[in-house]
Design a binder for this molecule. Sequence first.
Ligand SMILES: [Zn+2]
Length: 255
Amino acid sequence: MQVYFLGTGTSQGIPVIGSNHSVCKSTDFKDKRLRVSVWITWDDNSIVIDCGPDFRQQMLASGCQELDAILFTHEHSDHTAGLDDIRPFFFKQKNDIPIYGHQRVLENLKKRFDYIFETENKYPGAPGVQTFEVINNQHININKTEIIPIEVNHGNIQVFGYRILDFVYLTDVKTINGVEIDKFKGVKVLVVNALREEPHHSHFSLQDALDFIHLVQPEKAYLTHISHLLGFHEEVQERLPKNVFLAYDNLKITL
Ligand SMILES: [Zn+2]
């Protein structure tokens, strides 16, 4: 399995428009972060988790040729705003693109991208999607692989993380119910959000993320959904435990 970090930034990305913060002005490529998303390939499968406003740029940079599905974590714009840009995959593959999400997320997308879901007189240039509702404690099957949804909380909002084989991807987490912890057994690589040092009402701080990593004990952990307020990539990385890494855009890992 290969995991390609398409974007590792928080909702505004780094640099933030109009910001004079030193991290936003950094020339280190690891300090430039598009909105958060990963591209995952295994066997003949190719999926992305979330599809934010930088999706087009990310697909071009990664060289992704085919898209079998999109798994959505939740409906916030930094995770969904790029949905229209699946059009080239739809035209090339000549099939509706399967999208997976909580029923609430699918309803939200139907409102915001109504023309994609139109059934009568649909504009021919619009993409097509096939929706699949994700229900907690029910596996998703993509070809022959079982994917396990993991329910987490983003402040008051329910969010799904996903386990694919020995890989878990979580973003926009602030709290996790104890019953979900069993789903992390034997995980080799965990990706989890770490916004900044200071506490935040709906995202893990760096310490929250490190405490959670300590609890679930993956072999390796990668931090994502990072704000410029966390600091320079290189400086933050030096302070982390030896099995914890700050992810950066275009990082590829193999499991
Ligand atoms: Zn987010």
